[in-house]
Write a protein that binds this ligand. Sequence first.
Ligand code: PGA
Length: 246
Amino acid sequence: MRPLIAGNWKMNTLRSEATALVAGLMEQRAERDPGCDMLVCPPFVTLRPVAEVIEGSPIALGAQDCHAEGSGAHTGDISAAMLADAGCKCVIVGHSERRADHRESDSLVVSKAIVAHENDLTAVICVGETLAQRESEETLSIVETQVSQSVPDGATAENTVVAYEPVWAIGTGLTPTIDQISEVHDYMRALLVARFPDRAEFRLLYGGSMNPGNAREILAVDNVNGGLVGGASLKVEDFWAICTSV
Ligand code: PGA
């Protein structure tokens, strides 16, 4: 399975920074295929400028969230149809920052994944435990609940990617041990195989303080099929170094 390296730019980059970042990635990508699919997820307002730069290139565009409904009176929100219309192929749903900042529940996240699928977008569904949950040995049960409740029944390997992002590893410079990553990814694979026996080839991404120094080791773990990269996706050299680590 071809790995996916996704950059989650979060609430960073003005238009000129966003277009420069993606132009730099395109220069690298034009020279060689790093052996993975590349996805960038800029803020909503820079989706179109970035789409114009990457048009026709192998770099795919994604968004960081969408509303759970198709359209209507939801001031300030963005629909999956709008994202598809803007050139997106993917949308991240259920990121822990959205679960925390906007109190998003698994039932909301699954609705977002469904509306993404209805609009031919691949949903990158995020799960992961907090530090308190890890310390009280609840990691696997939290991951089980989030995977079973946030991944819709219509999920396929084409329309769904699952990202394991321990909340305590995001933006902190801390990462789980390789054994801890391996344990969770094997567990997620087993959950998906049990639920979707005929279509369990989902790409499973690791996210949380991935950087050029640790990417190679993490990406070599069985059942880690790529990465969801925050901070290190904001620098061409760092993101490219992670892409070439697969
Ligand atoms: P980080 O963020 O790489 O900055 O830790 C990852 C994410 O939140 O997707």
